[in-house]
Ligand binder design. Sequence first.
Ligand SMILES: Cc1ncc(COP(=O)(O)O)c(C=O)c1O
Length: 402
Amino acid sequence: MINPRLTALPPYPFQRLATLLDGVAPGADPLMLSLGEPQHPTPPLVGAELARHADLWRRYPPAAGAPRWKEAVVAWMTRRYALPEGMVDPAQVIPASGTREALYMMGHLLVDGTVTASGGNRVPLAIMPDPFYLPYLGASAMNGAEILTIPAGPETDFQPDIAALPDEVLDRAAVVFMCSPGNPQGSLLSLDQWKALVTLAREREFVLVADECYSEIYDAEAPSGVLEACRDLGGSLKNVLVANSLSKRSNAAGLRSGFIAGDPDLIAAFLRIRAYGAAGMPLPIQEASAALWEDEDHVIANRILYREKIDAAEKHLSGHLGFRRPPGGFFLWLDTTEWGETGEEATLRLWRDRGLKVLPGVYMSAHPEDPNNPCRHRLRIALLHDTLVVDRAMDRLIASEK
Ligand SMILES: Cc1ncc(COP(=O)(O)O)c(C=O)c1O
């Protein structure tokens, strides 16, 4: 009765975590470091804009986005990535009710689900890093793609080395997902790496999906984006789609507000799918989102607070557990080898003995059961609470050393 491809998807990380900790009482007042849900207050302008545009709730939203919203996003991109005026047309930007749903749906857009592995045919590949944000594989796998995950470990600065893949693999690729800053490791792709990826996508005829949802949360330098690479390569967005979101940038995960921009042909085709299956972003939310994209002050303040939290973590963890200051994002990607435990064992112990809820790194892998998976000795820790709370949590974490 139920599509067997659904059963074959890896369990979602937070469901696995709930199962792991089911019935285990926390050993101290619980501190949540597992979910990547921003805790800084949402800018008050959101409430004001929603109230101001309350008359728009009665209207079905246009799937392509309202003009003010589109212009605000294009203006933000143009400023943020120093793009020439007019490089991105507002028609090339569409809203997503949170980028998760759009990233999930990419597989419907990009994978030819009619190709089966019979008669010598080879099914299309959907390529993504490992570990990664699991929705990337969602519709690709549901649509019959073969999922190819590329290790993103310390050897390659925690980003997958797509350029090293043989041509015959890249020629089978329908889509390559990249994430910079990466979740969970926080590594950045350089402008040169983005340029190489865009060039490869065009040569080998796959679509490059750039997930840049953490682009505004960074330590020393603003991460490069795929749009800058397109700019330097002549301005075309051919074979490229980029996703970004207000969830992290503006502490507005509950607003469910992001965008997809890119290749006009792909955007037009995506709109066709979305006419069937997407909710559309309510117009008052588009208005509030436009106001957020227009404002940079709250984003700067946000970044300063995240840096303070990372400073607090560094103070406690420097030299331990493979601590590495993440260049982007707000996660730590710790190595539990020195504890002689897997990430799962450490997660259970930290909850039971210390009341710290963290995420086993292997839950973000497509191969959680593989005994040689390097993510088995990883923990993902989200630094989101007030700096004082982060300080207390890191103190507890390190005091828990066996
Ligand atoms: C890497 C990555 N991409 C995309 C998203 C989706 O965010 P949203 O649906 O809130 O825009 C998340 C959320 O946690 C994420 O971690």
